[in-house]
Write a protein that binds this ligand. Structure first.
Ligand SMILES: Cc1cc2nc3c(=O)[nH]c(=O)nc-3n(C[C@H](O)[C@H](O)[C@H](O)COP(=O)(O)O)c2cc1C
Length: 323
């Protein structure tokens, strides 16, 4: 186990990272996650315009420091920022510079291999975790010097992969013994234990944090997650050009023909753009297949406490197994 991973685990109450969620994770969600003892993250693009980004980071730091002072015996977990490393994201290099100047402790990078991020943040001790959906991208990220890999399996919310989590973990573990974080459909404490049993070090939860009191998701979106099952999730490149998982009822409500969504090809014509309405993410809501296991809108603290008790219960049950 690497030193940085050991340190990260020691700074959580349960090895969980709250995944960055476009238009959903704001300062309240991140602060609630960190003060509840899990790592909180947000996409830099949620702080908009770019001038808001340093303000968000300063606010999060200030609130976490104040909480720690008021509760010196509690674990306060570090926070992280997600950078979409892609030429289509004109902000990413500027966002990286802002984050580095503020010595953000953790980075989550998506899409291109994060060489520049690693070079910029390693000198001050920043940790870089990179999203991958297959072994080829995992090798590239390892070459770039990342501290750990987030394995985005099938069924995950947002731009999910297509591989079964067990296949993905086993394949990547065969050549990488560094930190692995499992992403996709993790909603319960027993699922977190399952991720550890499969050889991962952390679980990455996205959809489960959408229906929380501190998330920026509107009430109808939160309720739709409670009302939905895995069969209500559609995987399609229709909205962004990259295949992702979305709530079918939100597509129907927006008046879009489902057949077009079902038959869209990756890299094909994207029918929605920044200029058109409905807008992807704002009107068309992203969620993973784990929605079927989510049945309450709770505060982040309640959710994390629940995850911990479910984790401990599942562990005790496993130890008492007659094998
Ligand atoms: C609404 C939504 C928005 C997302 N936005 C981002 C994002 O901006 N950047 C990113 O790297 N991943 C994003 N993701 C993916 C999550 O970070 C994470 O990989 C995924 O939610 C985990 O699967 P789960 O939702 O089944 O827990 C998003 C996912 C959802 C559901």
């Amino acid at each position: 186990m690497t030193k940085s991973l050991k340190e990260l685990i020691a700074q959580t109450r349960i090895p969980v990272i709250g995944a960055p969620l476009f238009l959903v994770s704001g300062t309240d969600l991140v602060v609630a996650q960190c003060t509840s003892g899990v790592i909180g993250t947000f996409p830099s693009l949620n702080a908009r315009p770019q001038e808001e980004l340093p303000k968000w980071i300063e606010e999060i730091k200030r609130r976490l420091t104040a909480y720690k002072q008021a509760h010196p015996d509690e674990i306060v977990s570090p926070f992280g920022v997600n950078l979409i490393v892609h030429p289509s994201n004109e902000r990413w290099e500027g966002d990286l510079e802002i984050c580095a100047q503020h010595k953000v402790p953790l980075f989550i990078t998506s899409l291109h291999a994060p060489n520049k991020v690693v070079q910029r943040v390693k000198p001050y001790g920043g940790i870089v975790l990179h999203d991958v959906t297959n072994a080829k991208h995992a090798r590239k990220a390892i070459e770039a010097g990342v501290d750990g890999l987030i394995l985005v399996a099938n069924g995950a919310g947002g731009h999910a992969g297509t591989m079964n989590p067990i296949a993905l973990i086993n394949e990547i573990r065969s050549f990488y013994d560094g930190p692995l974080i499992l992403s996709g459909c993790i909603s319960k404490g027993k699922d977190v234990l399952g991720a550890l049993a499969l050889g991962c070090d952390f679980a990455y939860l996205g959809t489960r944090f959408i229906p929380t009191k501190e998330s920026m998701a509107v009430e109808k979106y939160q309720q739709m997650i409670l009302d939905s099952n895995a069969t209500d999730i559609i995987y399609s490149p229709f909205f962004t050009g990259v295949p992702g998982n979305y709530l079918t009822p939100s597509i129907v409500n927006a008046g879009i023909d489902l057949t077009e969504v079902q038959t869209a090809k990756a890299g094909g014509n994207v029918r929605l753009s920044k200029e058109t309405k409905p807008k992807t993410w704002k009107d068309i809501w992203g969620a993973g297949q784990g929605v079927g296991a989510i049945d309450s809108i709770v505060s982040v603290r309640t959710l994390v406490d629940q995850l911990i008790s479910e984790f401990n219960e599942a562990r005790a049950k496993l130890f008492s197994h007659p094998l």
